[in-house]
Design a protein around this ligand. Structure first.
Ligand code: 7RM
Length: 652
């Protein structure tokens, strides 16, 4: 009989890709032997590992104690003092890096701007002084609601420089979301822009801020960057142009030292239900985690042009556009606009033009590129690339293969990195010169990360048995709390197992110990007592030549408990119809087994996604059950019309 407490796994992946010899030879971690050696040491004594990494950063005062752990509350590098902006910028001004490009930026309309480390330093100092002149003080919360322009990073670093706590709100969010975040954080200032360019149009950022500010009272100052030159209303006494604010201030802003545990930022993440959680990160530990992971996982070299396509409004933008890469003195490519503007080849044009060597993007983007067709990729020379990365969702093995062959030319290692807003830095990942990769798995834990999969009783499960992904030891970039809600922090992450962090994802480890994420625990299906993760059913569908993207959810079934409903988007050139439905059902039966065969397949133009590109299965589940009404929070939904048309049954 099926054990209905365990998540089952039926998908078998036996393709394996060892790192190319040429890559391994020059890599920091050149073999599995070396990885295992260092990993074992790091787990035997995590504090020693992290302290060695932290020592490579710039501290104004060294710490007294590496870790104080009073579960679930951690303090890292206690007694240490640093200024995060100094570690990310000033630290590189001594030698040749002074004139190295820190940021290479391209706007959606096509203009290019670069900032060397020295220029970045000047801009950060000027803006930090402007913030001070506008009344922003140590510990104040500052909302950053900006397009993807260098000033977004400058604003973050300037806050860090003066000890203000930034809370970046993704530029695609509404006035309502800004209002909620201001209310929850008690922010006193907003940094925004007149607008940002997106798909040829202008996103009216300042107008959204104005609307939000009619409903909150704490904001005293709004600093507005001129980007698009669209007309905006400026409120006398409250609103200041960025260029005016920096006009008369000094470019000298000494980096004050702050405690290692001084808060660096709050980043809101929407749980599946309820109000957004303000994930709180602090300084020394966070920087150590993002620094070390960037260094080893992207195996950064002095001449890399590193491109992470995330928005700074997400944790990936914080950790792997701004803090981690800059702490390493890397050259960062930053792009303002949409991947398909003006044409679906924009990313490949950017790679070719700027000779990007590292590309870090999300499965949702990769699936979109596949859907749009190979001809857009074929037009461009991608030979500069040497390393690829993915983050955000499980990557379907077929999408991984496409990324590997089509973008990586078969020569670039792919680092599939699993982590969360809460973990601050990458937790599960291959090391590109060491780990043989398999399509669809984030492989093994990073140094110092004690990851495991537990059953309901808290016992570690055996190979290929599903369970709950946990982290058993504290790590420096872990969240410290949910802002203003310690109770929710304890309950959400530490309530299930004593002193152990619950990630909220279902997973299994294969015979090599590799971790496979099978989906969010909230999304697990229960078909006739078999608990099935969403990832395998979806990957089985995507492995069919016609399918671009798929989402599997459960709907109530009198006999089976739940039946599988699959929502499928097709690649260009394939026609939806009853015949293809039958083919796909049979295909899933063949790849996974009869138990996972969808009862219903619905073809759709698009799937509902969060603004960071994650499929929102909860909404699909609600559409398939009962009245089809949506009850939970939809503010993070990217495009409501997708849901409306599914509710209306326009797909069938
Ligand atoms: C970085 C980020 C976190 C959730 C996480 C997972 C899913 C992220 C992967 C992944 C499979 C991956 N932060 N997730 N990366 N699942 N493989 N490589 O995305 O807070 O926005 O989301 O995303 O479910 O819990 S996040």
């Amino acid at each position: 009989m099926a054990d209905s407490t365990k998540i089952e796994s039926h998908l078998n992946e036996d393709r394996k890709f060892p790192p190319a010899e040429a890559f391994a030879k020059q890599a920091r971690i050149p073999s599995m032997k070396r990885y295992k050696e260092l990993y074992d040491q790091s787990i035997a004594d995590p504090e020693a590992f992290w302290a060695a990494e932290a020592s490579e950063l710039h501290w104004q005062k060294k710490w007294d104690t590496v870790l104080e752990w009073d579960a679930p509350f951690a303090k890292w590098f206690v007694g240490g003092k640093l200024n995060v902006s100094e570690s990310c910028v000033d630290h590189h001004l001594q030698g040749a890096r002074k004139d190295k490009k820190a940021i290479i930026w391209e706007g959606e309309p096509g203009e290019v701007r670069t900032l060397t480390y020295q220029e970045l330093h000047k801009e950060v100092c000027r803006f930090a002084n402007a913030l001070k002149a506008n009344g922003v003080k140590v510990g104040d919360r500052v909302i950053i609601y900006m397009p993807m322009v260098p000033e977004a990073a400058i604003a973050m670093l300037a806050c860090a420089r003066i000890g203000a706590v930034h809370s970046v709100v993704f530029g695609g969010f509404s006035a309502e979301s800004i209002k909620d975040r201001i209310e929850d954080s008690g922010a006193t200032a907003v940094i925004t822009a007149d607008g940002g360019f997106r798909r040829g149009g202008v996103v009216a950022l300042k107008a959204n801020v104005d609307e939000a500010l009619t409903k909150v009272e704490t904001i005293q100052k709004v600093i507005v960057l001129e980007r698009t030159k669209n007309e905006v209303a400026m409120v006398e006494g409250r609103d200041v142009w960025w260029h005016d604010a920096v006009a008369d201030v000094s470019t000298d802003c000494p980096a004050e030292a702050f405690d290692s545990e001084h808060p660096l930022f709050i980043l809101y993440t929407s749980g599946s239900t309820g109000k957004p959680k303000g994930i709180m990160h602090t300084s020394g530990g966070y920087l150590t985690g993002t620094y070390a992971t960037s260094k080893y996982i992207f195996d950064l070299r002095e001449d890399d042009v590193y491109w992470c396509t995330a928005d700074v409004g997400w944790i990936t933008g914080h950790s792997y556009i701004v803090y981690g890469p800059l702490a390493n003195g890397a050259s960062i490519l930053m792009y303002e606009g949409a991947p398909n503007w003006p044409e679906p080849d924009r990313f490949w044009q950017l790679v070719e033009k700027h000779r990007a060597t590292i590309l870090y993007t999300a499965p949702t983007a990769i699936r979109a590129f596949i859907k749009w067709g190979d001809e857009h990729v074929d037009k461009h020379d991608l030979s500069s690339l040497r390393l690829l990365g993915t983050v955000g969702e499980p990557i379907n093995p077929e999408a991984w293969m496409w990324y590997h062959e089509k973008i990586g030319g078969g020569r670039c290692p792919i680092v599939d990195t699993w982590w969360q807003t809460e973990t601050g830095a990458i937790m599960l990942t291959p090391l590109p010169g060491a780990t043989p990769t398999k399509p669809g798995t984030a492989t093994l834990p990073f140094f110092g990360v004690d990851a495991a999969i537990l059953d309901e009783e808290g016992n570690e499960v055996g190979p290929n048995e599903g369970g709950k992904l946990v982290i058993r030891k504290p790590w420096p970039s872990m969240l410290r709390t949910i802002y203003g809600d310690e109770g929710r922090y304890k309950e959400t992450y530490w309530g299930e197992y004593e002193g152990i962090y619950l990630a909220g994802d279902g997973a299994r480890r294969d015979e090599d110990g590799y971790f496979w994420i099978v989906g969010r625990l909230d999304d697990v299906l229960n078909v006739s007592g078999h608990r099935l993760g969403t990832a395998e059913i979806e990957s089985a569908l995507v492995s069919h030549e016609s399918v671009a993207e798929a989402a599997a959810v459960g709907r109530p079934d009198e006999i089976k408990g739940q039946g599988v409903v699959a929502f499928v988007t097709l690649k260009e050139g394939y026609d939806a119809g009853p015949e293809l439905r039958d083919t796909l059902r049979a295909h899933v039966g063949k790849v996974i087994g009869a138990i996972a065969k969808p009862d219903v397949i619905r073809f759709t133009e698009a799937l509902p996604k969060t603004r960071s590109g994650k499929i929102m299965r909860r909404l699909l589940k609600e559409i398939c059950s009962g009245s089809g009404a949506i009850s939970g929070d939809t503010t993070t939904l990217e495009d409501f019309s997708v849901v409306a048309s599914l509710q209306a049954g326009e797909d069938e």
